[in-house]
Write a protein that binds this ligand. Sequence first.
Ligand code: DAH
Length: 349
Amino acid sequence: MHMKEQLAKIREEALEAIRNTDVDSALDAVRVKYLGKKGELTALLKQTGKLPAEERPVVGQMANEVRTALTDAIATQKKTLAASAMEMRLAAETVDVTIPGDRTELGHIHPLTKVVDEITDVFTGMGFEVADGPEIELAAYNFTRLNTEEGHPGREWTDTFYITEGHDDPKNDAVLLRSQTSPMQIRVMEQKQPPIRMIAPGRVFRKDEADATHSPMFHQIEGMVVDKGITMADLKGTLNEVVKALYGPDAVTRFRPHHFPFTEPSCEVDMQCFECKGKGCSVCKGEGWIELLGAGMIHPKVLEGCGIDTDVYSGWAFGMGVERLAMRRYGIKDLRLVFENDVRFLKQF
Ligand code: DAH
């Protein structure tokens, strides 16, 4: 074949090969194949010396043209490859801002905590402090110093969770899970001289089988006022205000005589059913009244046991169960739901 034809063929083949490359490395291989030191075009040029003298310049010029054409084509193809690589990357990394996002679910306050917060707000608004204390208590605080002597049924191991050995004969220094928040009365009076106005919300524990209305762990709020000249009238006045703050100005209360070891006199406070106004309905179980709390004038023995002079000071106290209030407020039928933390239940509030 004549050298001119060979050059034309190389040109055709090389241009075709360049156009067909899809990555930089392939393009480089084509360049080496034709224009490299051992490339086809280079090899051909080496043979121009064998040509007749008159043909040499023509073939040399043509060879240079081919070299320039290939070099240009390679440069162009390099740009094309770079552009399409960029396009592919952009397409792959595109974010469709119109696709709806995932909603982050917001948590909220547990219904039980809501009720505790609400009641706490009413009392702190009246100048009460909030006290916190141990759930693991000594029998001395849970019972003895609350004037609850040995032999009281609450002290039995069948009623109370004892932690220390010998729980069937609970001694004064026995360690237990508090069965009421009342030991907080002693703990606060130990720390502080009157005037005292405090509430103590917290968990309490009793050996009750869990069912729709019982739980071995539940919540109480203890309250206590100790000052000069405190009477049953203060107790009634304060608790009436609290009930009105929680249930509205028309709420009606009733104070029934009762017995607690640590108060004398003692009472239970009921509120007229907010649903039926005393007629009797499913909320109050036909009673017309809803039991709210136990209360009374703090027994002199309890005050004196904390070094408080009963000639100068007197006080009242109360204890209320939180779960029953919350269940009534939110229409919760089964107490177990309150503690199971099933999201399907909690979402309702
Ligand atoms: N601790 C009592 C209970 O668990 C409730 C109670 C009644 C607390 C009268 C008081 C009170 O402070 O004065 O049943």
